[in-house]
Ligand binder design. Sequence first.
Ligand code: HEM
Length: 235
Amino acid sequence: MTLTPAPPTPAPPTPAPAPRRSGSRILGPWLVVLGLVCAATTVYLLSGYVPPDPDRSRVPVTGTAHFALLLVHIGTGSVALLLGPLQFVPWLRRRHPAVHRRIGRTYLALGVVPSAIVGVPVALLSAYGPVPRAAFALLSLTWLVTAVAGYRAARQRRFDAHREWMIRNVVLTLSAVTFRSWLGLLIVTTLPQLRDTYDGDFETLFRDVYGAAAWLSWVPSLLVAECLLRWRPRP
Ligand code: HEM
C-alpha cells in the first residue's frame, strides 16, 4: 500500500490590516493651519512698517540706523515665516525635491541668516531692558546655530540629522507668532494687578510682561520639540 501525502491544508486567511492614516494625512490639516497662522502674522507684522516710518514703529527706536536694522530684520524674518512651514509639506519634499532644496536655500539665505544676524544688535538695542535683550540675543544665536547645523547636515547627506535641526530651527522661527500670543495673554492676565502691584503704572507692567514673553516665546517650544524628537517612536 502506498501512502500519498495529505494535501496541504490551506492557510487560514490573514485578516486585512486595519486601514491606517498615514503620517502625512494627519499632518496635512495642521500644516494648513500653521501656514495660515504664519501668513496672517506676517501680514499683521509687516502692516506696521509699510511704508517705513520710524515714528510709527511698534517698538521704540534710537535712530535711523536702529530703524534700518529693524526693517532688515522684519523683511527677512517675513521670508522665513512664510517659507518655513512649506518645508514640512511631505508631498513637496517627496515629489519635488529640487523645489524643496530651492525653498530651503531661500529660507536660510534670505530669511533666517540675515534676520538672525541683525537680530543681535536689534536685541541689544531693545528699549525694554536687559531681560528681553538677553532673551532675544540668545534666540538669535540659537536660530543661527540651528540653521547652520541643519544646512551642514543636508550637505553631508545626513538627512535624519538635517530634519531634526530644521524642526528646531522652524520652531524658533515660530517665536514671532508665540511671542505676540504670550504678550497678549500676559497683558490680559496681569492687567487686574495694575493698581495693587504696579500702582497704576502700565509702563512697568508692560516691561515685565515683555521680558517674560521674550523668554516664553522660544524656550518652552524648543524644549517640547526636543522631547518629541527624542521620544518619538523609531521604526
Ligand atoms: C526667531 C528669531 C527672532 C528674533 C531673535 C527676533 C528678535 C527681535 C527683536 C530683538 C526685536 C526688537 C524688539 C525690541 O526692540 O524690543 C524684534 C522685533 C520685531 N521682529 Fe523679530 N525676531 C525673530 C523673528 C522674527 C520673525 C520670524 C519675524 C517675522 C516677520 C519678526 C518680526 C519682527 C517685527 C515685526 C518686529 C518689530 C516689533 C513689532 O512690530 O512687533 N521677528 N525681533
